[in-house]
Design a protein around this ligand. Structure first.
Ligand code: GTP
Ligand code: MG
Length: 195
């Protein structure tokens, strides 16, 4: 699939307030600063679509982008951002949970994991919650340009081993880089299968 049109379609804090058009939704989430907004911009070929920042916690709303007038790409706020108040963190958590449990159009959730480190406890806890709620997901290892090819492969294998302790069957996995465009075709092809 080629993305020929990507338009910002609105921000919301609850699934009940999302854009009213009923179209399949593919959502992106991950620890704050993992590179969600950069990945979304890379997939859409538009560097200014989702706001990126070197400071974690930039995305504090649920943002819908209408793609090819056919499906929504959804940018969710990052989880696990420590440098905000407990109340703000709780509000983000409830926003995320409400969306992923109540958005009937959500087809799949892409969970982004930084390819440079072992998958973290907070990611594993988040994935466990998805399992408990029967929410289909795939994993994208981000910032794939930051490691050499061998180190990258080894890290993915290590993460698979860690995940295998928790999961009988591993989810689909992709490696991406917002810098080189790696993973773009595979991810868009995977989305296309559901459309
Ligand atoms: P929040 O919305 O703040 O939670 O962050 P986010 O997950 O949307 O991350 P964002 O895309 O804003 O990127 C965070 C930082 O990582 C920025 O400085 C990006 O330039 C950098 N970054 C993101 N993706 C990549 C990548 O694939 N390669 C490299 N080298 N840097 C990246
Ligand atoms: Mg962001």
């Amino acid at each position: 699939m080629r993305i020929t049109e990507a338009k910002f379609a609105g921000s919301c804090t609850r699934a009940s307030n999302k854009p009213s058009r009923k179209l399949p939704e593919f959502a992106f989430i991950g620890r704050s600063n993992v590179g969600k907004s950069s990945l979304i911009n890379m997939l859409c070929g538009n560097r200014r679509l989702a706001k990126t920042s070197a400071t974690p916690g930039k995305t504090k709303l649920i943002n819908h982008f209408l793609i090819n007038d056919n499906w929504y790409l959804v940018d969710l706020p990052g989880y696990g951002f420590a440098k905000i108040s407990k109340e703000a963190r709780e509000e983000l958590r409830s926003m995320i949970n409400d969306y992923i449990r109540n958005s009937e159009e959500m087809v799949l959730l892409f969970v982004l994991v930084d390819s440079r480190h072992d998958i973290q406890k907070i990611d594993q806890e988040f994935l466990a919650g998805l399992g408990e709620n029967g929410i289909p997901f795939a994993i994208i290892f981000t910032k794939g340009d930051k490691l050499g090819p061998n180190a990258l492969k080894a890290q993915v294998e290590r993460d698979k081993a860690i995940l295998s302790e928790q999961w009988e069957e591993l989810p689909p996995m992709f490696v991406s880089s917002a810098e080189t465009g790696a993973g773009k075709e595979e991810i868009l092809e995977y989305i296309e299968k559901y459309l």
